[in-house]
Design a protein around this ligand. Structure first.
Ligand code: AMP
Ligand code: ZN
Length: 287
């Protein structure tokens, strides 16, 4: 069984439409795929309509959250699966974040324009096409303008956190997000906890505390994790009784990652589905 529980579509900053994502998942030989766009469930309906026979779809989202430790604020991505998309706190927070992403994306563009970089707000809004704006959308505008060759190069040179053009956004408090997903019947899994950025802040102690608040799992097998990080996460998950998932974090052409590059075990998926409430069920069979 190939099970990929973390992918993005054009509903956020991927380049495949939700329908294309479904077909690409089938073509890649996946049995199960989760659609987990940043801060939105906007791709769920199209994914449901386009789901090919034999492909099971887990509906989810990747929540932008922040963790404050020792006066440092770090960004943590939190995957939420099978939550009720009509849950009022989630609807309100996703609306706030969409506005926040627009403000922040346009501030980055404004700084670049002031420096003579030939992109425009209108161009970035057109590329995002109604999706919550992410830095990859600005990256694509920079590629189109010939400023860089790839979105990856845009991140390396102009969009990274240390870049003078960087502008932060106000993300949801991590503990609040964990509780919000649980209250909506969903299961939360920390995305790539040993990738650069949040790795040092997400200690075993912090993860244990989040587990007490309802955290369901850790994404262990992720392209950004080395063997040491994976082994450490497996140890923490065993201590806390957390699920351990594997996923590609596919973004279409924005990143050079293949669907199904990493996979989750079927027993883990069964446990995840069993832990979720009844509001949102998997589309298709979980064998
Ligand atoms: P934002 O949500 O606007 O802060 O942007 C973060 C998004 O950019 C995440 O979806 C990342 O996967 C993506 N990202 C980070 N680094 C790169 C890169 N080098 N190339 C393409 N996308 C990236
Ligand atoms: Zn992601």
């Amino acid at each position: 069984m190939r099970i990929d529980l973390h992918t993005h579509s054009t509903a956020s900053d991927g380049t495949d439409t939700p329908a294309e994502l479904m077909l690409a998942a089938r073509a890649a030989g996946l049995d199960v795929v989760a659609i987990t766009d940043h801060d939105t469930t906007g791709g769920w309906a199209e994914a449901e309509l386009a789901r090919p026979a034999g492909l099971t779809v887990i509906r989810g989202a990747e929540f932008s959250t922040r963790l404050v430790t020792n006066d440092r604020v770090v960004s943590v991505h939190l995957l939420g699966y099978l939550f009720d998309p009509a849950s009022e706190p989630i609807v309100a927070e996703q609306a706030r974040l969409k506005a926040e992403r627009r403000r922040r994306g346009l501030s980055i563009v404004e700084k670049m324009v002031a420096d003579g970089i030939p992109i425009s707000a209108g161009q970035v809004l057109a590329i995002a096409d109604g999706a919550p704006i992410g830095r990859p959308h600005i990256g694509r505008a920079l590629v189109a303008a010939g400023v860089v060759k790839t979105v990856d190069e845009a991140f390396g040179r102009l969009l990274a956190g240390r870049s003078p053009y960087y502008v932060p956004k106000l993300d949801t408090d991590l503990l609040t997000a964990v509780r919000m997903i649980s209250a909506a019947g969903g299961v939360s899994v920390i995305a790539h906890p040993r990738a650069r950025g949040a790795a040092r802040a997400l200690t075993a102690g912090v993860i244990a505390e989040l587990t007490g608040a309802g955290l369901g799992g850790l994404e262990v097998w992720h392209p950004d994790h080395d063997e040491v990080g994976r082994a450490e996460l497996l140890r923490i998950a065993a201590e806390c009784g957390l699920l351990t998932t594997g996923s590609s974090d596919y973004h279409g052409h924005n990143k050079t990652l293949e669907l199904g590059q990493e996979s989750t075990r079927i027993g883990t998926l069964r446990a995840l589905v069993a832990a979720a409430g009844a509001a949102t069920a998997p589309l298709g069979e979980v064998a």
